[in-house]
Write a protein that binds this ligand. Structure first.
Ligand SMILES: Cc1cc2nc3c(=O)[nH]c(=O)nc-3n(C[C@H](O)[C@H](O)[C@H](O)COP(=O)(O)O)c2cc1C
Length: 212
């Protein structure tokens, strides 16, 4: 398994050209979503959602909103990891109710935990709250990319898009979501020259510091 993980991470790359004729199976899509859903988050709050865009017209419009990056339309599927637009007491309460139901714990017993989260999170300045949510989106991105590679699928993580235009095209305001990272996923096109590029990474000696 260890070799499978490392060889998958070596063969994955930020795919520039996808083969549109190759479509993900429902099982593959479900596995990717499950990997993102299982991502650990601070307190376990999961202040994020994954949007899967199937609509072809919208996918074409998103290419223009992504500086012409055609992967957004070409790939089999487009996943967008979004954060909540704002952290509210209602979201924290919903999480506490989920704990209560899932673990069969009386709500009364969770009030202290709830109050502690409200105190420590909602007193942060808004920019800090947003940054905090976004840091966790990137943990989810890591999981998504790793699982995609393990499934022998290809992906391109993309920050290169207009957040405002994505919000408008996908009507994300009505869902209270802000798109943070877009990830087209599918199968690489056989002519994608980037697939032959050697990986550029720091050497181990320049990357790892051992303190004895
Ligand atoms: C957060 C993030 C944003 C990125 N945004 C883009 C993007 O908008 N377009 C693109 O082609 N690649 C994008 N990349 C891909 C990186 O350039 C690529 O992962 C990096 O150069 C390492 O190469 P590799 O992934 O092929 O190993 C992004 C990667 C990350 C992690």
């Amino acid at each position: 398994m260890e070799n499978k993980i490392i060889s998958s991470l070596r063969q994955r790359y930020a795919t520039q050209s996808f083969d549109s004729t190759k479509i993900l199976t429902e099982q593959q899509v479900a596995s990717i979503i499950e990997a993102v859903r299982l991502t650990p988050t601070s307190y376990g709050l999961q202040l994020m959602k994954v949007v899967v865009v199937e609509n072809k017209e919208k996918r074409k419009a998103l290419v223009g909103a992504s500086y012409g990056q055609k992967q957004v339309d070409e790939a089999s599927h487009l996943f967008i990891i979004c954060r909540e637009v704002k952290i509210s007491e209602a979201l924290i309460n919903a999480y506490v109710q989920n704990i209560s139901k899932t673990r069969q714990i009386e709500l009364d017993q969770l009030i202290g935990y709830r109050d502690m989260m409200v105190r420590s999170i909602l007193t942060m300045p808004i920019e800090q709250q947003n940054h905090w949510m976004e840091k966790q989106v990137y943990i989810a991105l890591g999981n998504l990319l790793n699982v995609t590679a393990l499934l022998d699928l290809d992906a391109c993580p993309m920050e290169g898009f207009s957040v405002d235009q994505y919000i408008e095209i996908l009507d994300l305001k009505s869902l209270n979501l802000v798109p943070i990272i877009a990830v087209p996923i599918g199968h690489r096109h056989q002519d994608d020259s980037r697939s032959k590029d050697k990986k550029v990474r720091r050497s181990i000696s320049d990357f790892m510091i051992q303190i004895d």
